[in-house]
Design a protein around this ligand. Structure first.
Ligand code: FAD
Ligand code: SIN
Length: 520
C-alpha cells in the first residue's frame, strides 16, 4: 500500500503528539506508532516537568542549573531559548487540559530534584507523564485532520538511496520522502510518502539489560538516521537513573522518582550508613551522573547488589499523597516505604545524545525533523538536568512545527518512490537467534559501556559487537521482516554509535567516565 500525507509523525509520546496538534490546521497529519498510542516513555514519566513559574525563581537560575548539570558541554544558546520558552509551553499544556498539582493556597506545588537550585518541577502526583499523555491524546483524537495508526513499525526513512542513488555521509542534500513501515496487523510493508517527516521515537534504554524505559525504547529513530547517513551526536552520554527499584527479574525496572530524594529520602548502604556526603556537598541532590557513580562505587566496594533509599523519617500521609504510585508499587512487593528501606539500584534511563538537530528541530536530512528523546538539541550537554526532557520535547516540537508550517507550501510529494523490495526474504527467523543476540548485546553494553568505562572494555565491546552485527545483517537480509529483528538491528547500530562516540571522547565529562581518562 502507498499512502500520502502532508506531515508524517513517527511516535506518539509528548514530542509526536504536541507536534501533530500544532501543524494539524495546515495539512493532513498521520501519526504512526509501533504499539498502542499510550505505550511510550512519556506515559511513565513520574517526577514532572521543569519550568520557571514563580517570581522567586528566574530563567537565569534554571539556565545556570542546566549548564552546571551538563558539565560544560551544553549549547548555551539552546539552553537559553529552551528555558525562556518554558513558561509558555506549560501554559499551553494546561490549555490542552493537563492538570498540575496545586497547594491549598492555589499555587503550583513545585517539587525539587537533583541539580535544581529551586523548587521548579510541576507535577501531577507521581504520574505527570500519564496526565500529559491523557490530555494530548484527547486533543489529537478530536482533531479532524489527524489520523493515528497503532502497531505500525517504521523500518527506515526513505531517501535518494531508495531511488538507486549513491548516498554517503558527505552528501549535503540527502532528502527524506517518508518512511517504509511494517504493519504488524497485516505483516505488509507499506510506503508512507510525506512532505515533512518528524521522528519522535523516544529513547534507547533497551541497549542495556537494566533500564527504566518501556519496551518500545529501542533507539529506532537514531538507527534510521544513522543508516540514512544523517548526523547523530553525543551518544556516549547515556544517563543512568540512580534509583530504580531493585526487584530482580522485573523488566523494565520500576523507577523510584528523584522527587523522593527531593522530598527528603536518604541513600544508605546495606550497613545502614549514609554515603553521599563523601562524594558531593549536594549529597542526595547532586546531579544524576554523580549520584549514580557514587552508588556504583559503593556497590563495587561492598559487593552488594543494591543500596537503600530511606524514607522512614518522612510523614506517611505526605508520602502517600505525593507518591501514590510508588507507594503502591513498593507495597505490592512487600515494602512499606514508611516502615521499610527501599532497595534501589541505578538503571539506564535517558539518552542525552541523538539525531543532531538545530534550533528549529531540523536534522541534517532535508524535510526531516526530530524532537524529544531521539533528538540531540544541545540542551543536556554531557548530563541531563532532571525533568528537563519533557520540557525539551514540548519546546522543540513547538519550534519544529512553526518551521515546518512555513516550509510545507514549498515542498511537493515525491511520488516516484519504489515500494519496499521484499524479494529474497524467505526465512522466518528462529526467535532464539534474535533473543540470544539481544541478550548478548545488552550484557556487553551493561558490563563494558555502562556507568564506568575503560579503553579495554570499550574495545572488547566493539569487537564482540562486530560479530553479532555480521550475524544479524545476514539474518536480516534473508528474513521475512518482523519487529523483533528490526529492533535488534537498531539496538546493535545504536550500541555501535555509543561505543564509537565513547572511544572518540578523550576526557571524562558528565556521563562519560573512563578509568583511563582525566577530567576535562
Ligand atoms: P516517547 O514518549 O518514548 O514516545 C516515543 C514513541 O515513538 C512511542 O510511541 C513509540 O511507540 C514510538 N516509536 C518508537 N520507535 C518507533 C518505530 N520504529 N515506529 C513507530 N513508532 C515508534 N522526563 C522528565 O522530564 N520528567 C520526568 O519526570 C521523567 N520521568 C521519567 C520516568 C521514567 C520511568 C522514564 C523512563 C523517563 C522519564 N523521563 C522524564 C524522560 C521522559 O519521560 C522522556 O524523555 C520523554 O517522555 C520522551 O518523550 P518522546 O515523545 O521523545 O518519546
Ligand atoms: C524522576 O522522576 O526521577 C525522573 C525525572 C527525569 O527523568 O527527568
Amino acid at each position: 500500500m502507498i499512502k500520502h500525507t502532508d506531515f508524517l509523525v513517527i511516535g506518539s509520546g509528548i514530542a509526536g503528539l504536541s507536534f501533530a496538534l500544532k501543524v494539524a490546521n495546515y495539512g493532513k497529519v498521520c501519526i504512526l506508532t509501533k504499539a498502542k498510542v499510550e505505550e511510550n516513555t512519556t506515559n511513565h514519566a513520574q517526577g514532572g516537568i521543569a519550568a520557571v513559574m514563580v517570581a522567586s525563581d528566574s530563567y537565569e537560575k534554571h539556565i545556570r542549573d542546566t549548564i552546571i548539570a551538563g558539565d560544560g558541554c551544553c549549547n548555551e544558546n539552546i539552553v537559553r531559548l529552551t528555558v525562556s520558552e518554558s513558561t509558555k509551553r506549560i501554559e499551553e499544556l494546561i490549555a490542552w487540559g493537563t492538570r498540575f498539582d496545586k497547594t491549598h493556597a492555589g499555587n503550583f506545588d513545585l517539587a525539587r530534584e537533583g541539580g535544581h537550585s529551586e523548587h521548579r518541577i510541576l507535577h501531577y502526583k507521581d504520574q505527570t507523564g500519564s496526565e500529559i499523555e491523557r490530555a494530548l491524546i484527547a486533543n489529537v483524537k478530536n482533531h479532524p485532520n489527524i489520523e493515528i495508526l497503532e502497531n505500525q513499525f517504521a523500518i527506515d526513512i526513505i531517501t535518494q538511496h531508495h531511488l538507486g542513488e549513491n548516498v554517503t555521509r558527505r552528501r549535503p542534500d540527502i532528502c527524506c520522502y517518508g518512511a517504509y513501515v511494517l504493519n504488524s496487523e497485516t505483516q505488509e510493508i507499506d510506503t508512507y510518502l510525506a512532505k515533512i517527516t518528524i521522528l519522535a521515537t523516544g529513547g534507547a534504554g533497551h541497549v542495556y539489560n537494566t533500564t527504566t524505559n518501556p519496551m518500545v525504547s529501542t533507539g529506532d529513530g537514531v538507527a534510521m538516521v544513522f543508516r540514512a547517513k544523517g548526523k547523530v551526536n553525543n551518544m556516549e552520554f547515556f544517563q543512568f537513573h540512580p534509583t530504580s527499584l531493585y526487584n530482580p527479574g522485573e523488566k523494565p525496572s520500576f523507577l523510584v522518582s528523584e522527587a523522593v530524594r527531593g522530598f527528603g529520602g536518604i541513600l544508605k548502604n546495606l550497613k545502614g550508613e549514609e554515603f553521599m556526603y563523601k562524594y558531593d556537598a549536594r549529597k542526595e541532590l547532586a546531579p544524576r551522573d554523580i549520584v549514580a557513580r557514587a552508588i556504583d562505587n559503593e556497590m563495587k566496594h561492598s559487593g552488594d547488589d543494591h543500596v537503600f533509599l530511606d524514607c522512614r523519617h518522612l510523614n506517611k500521609n505526605a508520602l502517600i499523597s505525593h507518591f501514590p504510585n510508588i507507594y503502591a508499587k513498593c507495597l505490592s512487593i512487600g515494602i512499606d516505604m514508611h516502615k521499610d528501606l527501599i532497595p534501589v539500584v541505578p538503571a539506564a534511563h535517558y539518552s542525552c545524545g541523538g539525531i543532531t538537530v538545530n534550533e528549529y528541530g531540523q536534522s541534517s536530512i532535508q524535510n526531516l525533523y526530530a524532537s524529544g528523546e531521539c533528538a540531540c538539541t544541545g540542551l543536556h550537554g554531557a548530563n541531563r538536568l532532571a525533568s528537563n526532557s519533557l520540557l525539551e520535547a514540548a519546546v522543540f516540537s513547538h519550534r519544529s512545527a512553526i518551521h515546518a508550517i512555513q516550509q510545507i507550501e514549498t515542498i511537493s510529494l515525491n511520488k516516484n518512490i519504489p515500494e519496499w523490495n521484499a524479494d529474497g526474504m524467505v526465512l522466518n527467523e528462529e526467535m532464539i537467534l534474535i533473543t540470544q543476540s539481544l541478550k548478548e548485546v545488552q550484557a556487553l553494553m551493561s558490563n563494558y559501556v555502562g556507568i564506568v568505562r575503560s579503553n579495554l572494555r570499550l574495545q572488547r565491546a566493539l569487537d564482540r559487537l562486530g560479530l553479532i552485527h555480521k550475524e544479524t545483517e545476514e539474518l536480516y537480509d534473508k528474513s521475512v521482516l518482523s519487529v523483533p529483528i528490526c529492533e535488534l538491528r537498531n539496538i546493535i547500530e545504536v550500541s555501535y554509535v555509543i561505543i564509537k562516540s565513547a572511544q572518540e571522547r578523550r576526557q571524562n565529562c558528565g556521563l562519560h567516565y573512563s578509568i583511563d581518562l582525566c577530567k576535562h
